[in-house]
Each structure stands twice: as structure tokens, then as C-alpha cells.
Design a binder for this molecule. Structure first.
Ligand SMILES: [Zn+2]
Length: 309
């Protein structure tokens, strides 16, 4: 029997390990609140082995990053796994009262210069989250941070992976000011409506759909997905978060649960699951060309020239 070959355009492998009992305090460390203490080398190497096992049917995954400390951690944990492609970026959640923006941006630019990151495929996850930022001061800081990340992406000619919650109109207004990023961004875990989608498509953006599409009360989201061309859709888990409805017996979202999301999208689009996987992979390679460069065997989407090389 041929096994389904999967992929995932948005995952947090270190947080998945933490939820599965490997490593401690990763999440606190990521947000600058302490060190990942108690994480001895055995735990880390066992954890990396566990991830290889969980990704046995995956061709590639895109590991999100939410802060520079997070990047140091995930890079150490997963750099030897050829299936893991990395994003580097700063989630709007890291902004809090007293956040030292200048020092942070300086640290990030040093990191980008110092590390020759073989599988760095994009900048992310970055964006706006007004569910977290309740004050004008924090909203302003999130905007400054987001704009700095757009500028990094443009400078390095890398695609941008965006997190957006309760801030859609402001997000689109900012993106409109940067034509260089049009067609080169992905709104991860898209949960918006048809109008939101139209605004994204007007800038040639992509969306990634996760487990939320399988939940109840998603009529508006399903409407948007019906309307969206397959050329702009990718799949993700955002694991360990957002367990699909069919897998609710487990509190942790495992990478293989992407299959539940894929079947739901197939049902909405009246296509086969394999079609959804093929479109998503094709779109991922288009947005993140590094994935194809590092995996020469991503048939059937190789160009004639590549085959003849
Ligand atoms: Zn995420």
C-alpha cells in the first residue's frame, strides 16, 4: 500500500515536544521569561528522535518561529532534520509593556548576519494580534515590529508568514504600502470571511487552512474557502494547537492529524484529498522556492529544465 505523503506549512515542533513531555518551559523561554531549564541533552536528543518518528510520512514541514530566543532553540533541536524548514520572525505576542524594540531589532539583525541558515525559507510568524494587544501603546508597538519584519523580508527577498487576529483591516492597510511583498505572503491559520479573502487575493496573497475549518460555526470561513481558488490555498496544523474535530480524543494536535483538515477541505471543494495535498504542495513550493531546491524529487511539479539538469 502506498502511504500518503504529507506536508505541513505551519507547525511548532518544540511546543509539540513540550506537550508530549520532552523538555520544559519552552514556551516561557520563547517569550523571554526564563530558561528552558531541566532540558538536558538526553531529553533534547530523544525529543528530536521523537519528531523524526512523528514526521515519518511527511515530506517537509515549515517550523514557525516567534522570537529570536525561540529561533535559537528550534535551530538547535531540529537543524539536523532535513524535512524541517525554518521561519525566522517575531510574533506580535512578544510585544509587551516596556518592550525594548531597538535592542530586539538589533539582536535579530545580528542573528540574521551570523547564522548561515541552510533551511531558512521565510520570515515569520509576524503580524498583528489585537486580542493580545488591548492598549493603544501595545498596538502601536505591534505595528512597528510588524513593519520592521516586512522590511527584513523584502531586504532578504524571503516570503512572509503572517499571524493575524482581530486586526484584519489594519493588517491589509499596512500590506498595501509594501508592493514588494504582494504575492509573497501567506496568512497562516486563516479564519476570516469572504471579504477578508478578497482583500488578500487582491494582493495576490496565500492562505493556509488548519484544524479550525473542521469545527462547527465556521459558515463564513467555509464560504470564503469555497470562493478561494485552489492556487492560493495551503494546509497546516499549527500543532500542537488546534486539534481537528475528528481527533478531539487527544488534547495535543499531532502532525498526522493534517489528514482530517485535508479531508474537510476536499469535501468543501468537491475534490479528492490527494488533489488538496498536491495543490498545497505546489503552492508551498511556489511561495517557498527553497523547499524545491532542497528536495529535488518533488514530482510532478519539476520543470523541464530541472529534469534535464
Ligand atoms: Zn503558529
Amino acid at each position: 500500500m502506498t502511504r500518503t505523503i504529507l506536508h505541513d506549512t505551519h507547525i511548532h515542533l518544540e511546543l509539540l515536544l513540550e506537550k508530549l513531555g520532552y523538555g520544559q518551559n519552552f514556551r516561557k523561554y520563547i517569550f523571554g521569561e526564563g530558561n528552558p531549564e531541566g532540558n538536558n541533552l538526553t531529553i533534547i536528543s530523544e525529543g528530536s528522535a521523537k519528531i523524526s518518528e512523528l514526521l515519518v510520512n511527511h515530506q517537509f514541514v515549515i517550523q514557525s518561529t516567534v522570537s529570536t530566543s525561540n529561533f535559537y532553540l528550534v535551530w538547535q533541536l531540529f537543524k539536523s532534520n532535513p524535512k524541517v524548514f525554518f521561519l525566522l520572525g517575531s510574533h506580535p505576542e512578544i510585544v509587551k509593556h516596556g518592550f525594548d524594540m531597538d535592542a530586539y531589532i538589533l539582536e535579530q539583525s545580528k542573528l540574521l548576519e551570523l547564522i548561515d541558515i541552510k533551511n531558512l525559507c521565510g520570515i515569520g510568524e509576524v503580524g498583528l494580534d489585537y486580542h493580545i494587544a488591548k492598549s493603544d501603546e501595545l498596538i502601536k508597538l505591534q505595528k512597528v515590529l510588524f513593519i520592521s519584519q516586512i522590511e527584513v523580508a523584502i531586504k532578504l527577498d524571503l516570503p512572509l508568514v503572517i499571524h493575524c487576529r482581530d486586526a484584519f483591516d489594519d493588517l491589509i492597510e499596512i500590506l498595501k504600502n509594501y508592493p514588494a511583498i504582494w504575492g509573497k505572503f501567506l496568512i497562516h491559520c486563516f479564519t476570516g470571511n469572504k471579504q477578508n479573502l478578497q482583500a488578500i487575493l487582491a494582493l495576490n496573497g496565500f492562505i493556509a487552512l488548519g484544524g479550525i475549518i473542521t469545527y462547527s460555526n465556521t459558515t463564513e470561513l467555509i464560504e470564503a474557502v469555497k470562493y478561494c481558488p485552489m492556487s492560493n490555498i495551503m494546509i497546516e496544523t499549527d500543532a500542537p494547537f488546534l486539534v481537528p474535530l475528528a481527533n478531539r480524543e487527544n488534547k495535543v494536535c499531532l502532525p498526522v492529524y493534517i489528514e482530517s483538515t485535508v479531508s474537510k477541505i476536499a469535501e468543501i471543494k468537491n475534490l479528492q484529498s490527494q488533489d488538496i495535498l498536491d495543490f498545497s504542495k505546489h503552492n508551498a513550493i511556489q511561495l517557498f522556492p527553497l523547499i524545491e531546491e532542497n528536495f529535488g524529487n518533488l514530482q510532478p511539479y519539476l520543470t523541464e529544465e530541472k529534469i534535464n539538469e
